[in-house]
Design a protein around this ligand. Structure first.
Ligand code: FUB
Length: 318
């Protein structure tokens, strides 16, 4: 286990390999002095930095500086939350979560010619986007898929069938199917959903959807997709039970079957991760609040090796 950048507070690390190097795209935590609440108002981030390294276990971590800030996003309201970057045809696309001027979370996209930025944001959010925590998966056939969503402060409960509810948000009952993360194929130009976002359904061991009351297994936020030995692994945070869990399927659309816990609770309320293969090993990037003395809104990036059993199950990181 290794802390990656002890000099500043960075969270939600999305790790990607570009041009033989690992690039990490985190949220940039700061102390905004806003009291902690269930909407996450205390996570009032204003910019992103990118980091790179070529040896995950011992290499020097380079901070390439600010790559995007709310000041440079035309539609910005507040709170620059989790992001992720995908490369296509030599261009880099940064997908981010941000509240618009009406305090509604949308997904934005910003473009650069280099993985280390700077990135220029499109003038408007991705059409039809909502909620938080975008992550982009490139399949071996060259198709790109975006996964997103988060409940509570992430506002996913305000939508059904991709439409905003007039009530302002409701949750299914505890014995009803849980709210699902969303996913869609991306358009060829990477700037739009190529299809209406769909539910990513997570089933239990009996083939039934996880229930809203199953708080140790149901989706909360922090989507991530990776492929291991031909299977699709969708992993996520359970939020208020503080676990990173995973589910496995045969297609990027699912359905997925719940398989277990990747990461036990860390210090701090949130938990968030990414999984990447580099130089023949798999790694789990995540965060905790140990260096800030437990302040939930001041998190630090960490990395540890991720190991699989021969049957493809993941060994829980304790
Ligand atoms: O960093 C702000 C939010 O906290 C992220 O978007 C969530 O996933 C949680 O880590």
């Amino acid at each position: 286990m290794r802390y990656l950048h002890p000099n500043d507070f960075m969270a939600d690390p999305s790790a990607r390999v570009f041009n033989g190097k690992v690039y990490i795209y985190p949220s940039h935590d700061r102390d905004a002095g806003i009291p902690e609440n269930d909407n996450g108002d205390h996570f009032d981030m204003q910019d992103y930095h990118v980091f790179s390294l070529d040896d995950i276990e011992n290499g020097e971590v380079t901070d390439h500086g600010e790559i995007l800030s709310v000041k440079k996003i035309a539609w910005a309201g507040r709170q620059l939350w989790d992001n992720d970057v995908a490369e296509k045809d030599g261009k880099y696309y940064l997908y981010f979560s941000l509240k618009d001027k009406n305090d509604i979370f949308r997904l934005g996209v910003a473009i650069s010619d280099k993985p280390e930025g700077p990135f220029t944001a499109e003038d408007n959010p991705v059409k039809g986007s909502y909620s938080i925590d975008p992550s982009v998966f490139r399949d071996e056939d060259g198709s790109y898929y975006i996964y997103f969503g988060g409940i509570w402060g992430g506002q996913l409960q305000r939508y059904r069938n991709n439409k905003a509810l007039e009530t302002g948000g409701t949750f299914p009952a505890g014995n009803e199917p849980a709210l699902c993360p969303k996913m869609a194929k991306l358009s060829d130009d990477m700037l739009e959903f190529a299809q209406e976002p769909r539910d990513l359904v997570i089933l239990d061991e009996n083939g039934r959807p996880l229930m809203q009351g199953d708080t140790k297994r149901r989706f909360f936020e922090a989507s991530w997709m990776h492929k291991y030995k031909g299977k699709y692994y969708f992993s996520y945070s359970t939020g208020d039970t503080h676990l990173i869990c995973y589910s496995v399927g045969d297609s990027p659309y699912g359905p997925f079957t719940y398989k277990g816990v990747i990461l036990n609770p860390v210090v701090g309320w949130t938990t968030h991760h990414s999984i990447v293969e580099y130089k023949g090993k798999w790694y789990l990037f995540h965060h905790d609040s140990v260096p800030s003395g437990g302040k939930t809104w001041l998190r630090s990036m960490k990395v540890t090796e991720l190991k699989y059993n021969p049957d493809g199950s993941i060994i829980t990181v304790i």
